[in-house]
Every structure is written in structure tokens, then in C-alpha cells.
Design a protein around this ligand. Structure first.
Ligand code: ADP
Length: 368
């Protein structure tokens, strides 16, 4: 019987439980044994009861649970070869030769590294006398499939990451709540949202709530952004709008690569010599990650989980490590490392302040 393990890693996102449920059940449905690795790579490195065999009913009700019930962690040991060697040993002890990992670009980078190193890890285990060559024979080919769980929608090659629509829905809900009080008091609110290097959450939240002004990392405003923002807000006020909402991504920058902070924006809107608005800052923080997954993320988690198990079962030693994506509403397999490298290219372009390149890369992602 093939033994397939599933794990969640890196930052949690709504929908991860749906992924685990789908993978466990599809694996069992296909006649395999399903395992969960608890606490991300930490569970793989430490082994023992952090690697557990799962039954069909163990994941009952998981679709409507937030976060990840099998835990996630940032694991320093997995950055070191010794940690990955311990991970390989634990997998072999449990008879596992296929791994489905749901996480962000960091987790998927770790996965690719693990697979690339796998043959030499086996050699080292044999040389250390941990296993005989014969015992290792069935494990010659490690099969890894990635799934993208992230609220940021920051992975290249997929239109939506599992969790991003839940986070977006939560931001919209929070802004709706804020708007009622903003309107009542004629206030301005500067709302900071998550997203790291990616402005998707801020941009889409701005569109979905009709925000007055948006700041994202990939496309900094022109140098005169202060005047531009104030004149737009002033215009909206003149035509009778009693509330002002400015959405700012946590990674927002100006053209020189300096951070634009909510405080800077607040001070500008509140400036007595300018608009003089009663302005408050709301940092949504981890509220954006919490709660249950919206219907779209549950669907994505389930369809992609099923596809991940299919990809594991169809893989040959020649198959490149793949990540399950959604492109134009179709669930597809893509080379994992290309998706991760393209993602890093955007972050690097932003770091070098090559914003035209960052935007061109983002445009290419969505018009693929
Ligand atoms: P995310 O998956 O959400 O991007 P991180 O970047 O924190 O989150 O990565 C999660 C974990 O993946 C890390 O704590 C580490 O255990 C593993 N990991 C990330 N990058 C690497 C790498 N280059 N080599 C080995 N392991 C890695």
C-alpha cells in the first residue's frame, strides 16, 4: 500500500483544513494509507507521534474549521541538512515515500530542496548504518506535490491561493463595519492590510469597498502622492461623501523604496493646515487570517487536494515536482520551482525599486 503524508507549513490560511480533509479522503479512496505530519516541518524532523495515520472519519467536519488543525510551524532545523536528514529517516521509519505540502513560497522552496537532496540523504542514512540498501530500495524516489496555502495571493502561476478569498472577505467585512462609524462621525480611516510583497489583498479590498485611495508595493504612487491623495479625498468630500477610507498594504513603498506607513497617511489627512480630518488608523492584523474559509476557498481546497493525490499517484521518477494551481478556472499542475522562482522575482524587483518590472511580472501572472 502506498503511504501518502500531508502537512501544512508556514503561515496558516483558511482552507488548509479542507486541503487535509480532501487529501486524506482521496488517498484512502484510492486505496492508499494517509498520514498527517503535525506542526509542519517540525513534525517531520521530530517524528514520533507528530506523524499520525489518519482514518476517513478523523477529518470529519474539517471543511468548516478555520486555521489548520494539524498545526503549522516555522522550523529552523529544516534549513539545516541535519534536520532534513532526520526528516528523511522519520519518513522511512513510517514507510512514507510521498509528501503533499500545503504552504507558502518558503515551505515550497524547502520541499523542492528536500526532494533535490533526497538521493544523497538516503546515501547518508545507508552510510551511517541506519538502514540497509535493501531497506532503502522502495524509497529511491521521493514524490512531492505542493499546494499553495496563503492569504496573500502572492504565488506566481496560480490565479488564487487557498485562503486569499477568505482574507479578502474578512477585510471587506471589517471595512463595512468601519464605514458605519466613519460615516456617522464624518471620519477618515487608514486601514492597513496584510500581503507582504504582494498588493493583491489591498488592491482587491480597495475595489470591493470603493476605497478613496490605495497603496500597494508593486506600484508606488508618483512623488506627488500626498497632493494627489488629498485632492481626491477633498473632491469626494465636496460631492457629499461623509467618510474616507484609505487602504494601505503592509509592504507599501514610495518611489525611493521608503516605507509608507499608516501614521504618515493619517498625519497628512489630519493636518490642520490641509484637510484636517478626524482620522484613525485600523490595523486589521491577524483578524484577516482567522475564521472559517469562504465557499470559494473550500472548493479550491477540495478540488486541489484531490488533484494533489492524483498527481502523486501518476508521478514517475522523471516527473518534475509540481504545484497544483488554478488558471482560468481550471485546476492544473505546474512545475513547482518555476512558480517559486517567478514569485521571488517580483519580490526582488520591488527590493531593487524596479517597479515597472514588478508590475510587468504581476501583469504576466494574471494574463497567462
Ligand atoms: P511560507 O511557507 O508561509 O512562505 P516560511 O517562509 O516561514 O513560510 O517557510 C516555512 C518553513 O519552510 C520554514 O520555517 C522552514 O522550515 C521551511 N523552509 C523555508 N525555506 C526553506 C529553505 N530554503 N530550505 C529549507 N527549508 C525551508
Amino acid at each position: 500500500k502506498k503511504k501518502i503524508a500531508i502537512m501544512t507549513s508556514g503561515g496558516d490560511s483558511p482552507g488548509m483544513n479542507g486541503v487535509v480533509r480532501a487529501c486524506v479522503r482521496m488517498a484512502i479512496h484510492m486505496g492508499c494509507d494517509a498520514y498527517c505530519i503535525y506542526e509542519g516541518y517540525e513534525g517531520l524532523v521530530r517524528g514520533g507521534d507528530l506523524i499520525r495515520k489518519m482514518n476517513w472519519y478523523d477529518v470529519r467536519g474539517w471543511l468548516s474549521e478555520g486555521g489548520t488543525l494539524i498545526g503549522t510551524a516555522r522550523c529552523m532545523a529544516f534549513f539545516e541538512r541535519a534536520g532534513r536528514l532526520a526528516a528523511a529517516k522519520n519518513m522511512i521509519l513510517h514507510g512514507i515515500d510521498a509528501l503533499i505540502i500545503c504552504g507558502g513560497d518558503g515551505s515550497l522552496t524547502g520541499a523542492d530542496r528536500f526532494r533535490a537532496e533526497w538521493p544523497s540523504l538516503l546515501d547518508e542514512l545507508a552510510a551511517n548504518g541506519e538502514f540497509t540498501t535493501q531497506e532503502l530500495q522502495p524509497f529511491r524516489h521521493l514524490n512531492i506535490v505542493g499546494l499553495v496555502g496563503s492569504i496573500d495571493n502572492d504565488l506566481s502561476g496560480t490565479d488564487a491561493t487557498i485562503g486569499c478569498y477568505s482574507a479578502l472577505a474578512r477585510i471587506c467585512y471589517a471595512v463595512d463595519l468601519i464605514e458605519a462609524t466613519a460615516s456617522s462621525h464624518s471620519r477618515a480611516f487608514v486601514v492597513e492590510v496584510m500581503g507582504r510583497h504582494c498588493g493583491w489583498l489591498a488592491l482587491m479590498a480597495g475595489v470591493a469597498t470603493g476605497a478613496d485611495f490605495i497603496f500597494i508595493p508593486e506600484k508606488p504612487r508618483e512623488d506627488n502622492w500626498r497632493e494627489e491623495m488629498c485632492s481626491i479625498v477633498e473632491h469626494h468630500r465636496k460631492i457629499g461623501k461623509r467618510k474616507t477610507i484609505v487602504i494601505i498594504a503592509e509592504g507599501a513603498l514610495d518611489r525611493e523604496g521608503n516605507k509608507i506607513t499608516p501614521t504618515m497617511v493619517k498625519d497628512l489627512l489630519a493636518d490642520k493646515d490641509g484637510l484636517g480630518l478626524d482620522t484613525r488608523i485600523t490595523t486589521l492584523g491577524h483578524v484577516q487570517r482567522g475564521g472559517t474559509a469562504v465557499a470559494y476557498d473550500r472548493m479550491l481546497a477540495t478540488l486541489q487536494g484531490v488533484e494533489a493525490v492524483k498527481a502523486v499517484l501518476e508521478a514517475t521518477p522523471e516527473t518534475k515536482t509540481c504545484v497544483i494551481a488554478i488558471t482560468e478556472n481550471k485546476i492544473v499542475r505546474k512545475p513547482l520551482m518555476e512558480a517559486v522562482q517567478d514569485t521571488k522575482k517580483v519580490a526582488k524587483a520591488i527590493e531593487r525599486q524596479d517597479f515597472d518590472e514588478a508590475m510587468a511580472l504581476r501583469d504576466a501572472e494574471f494574463s497567462e
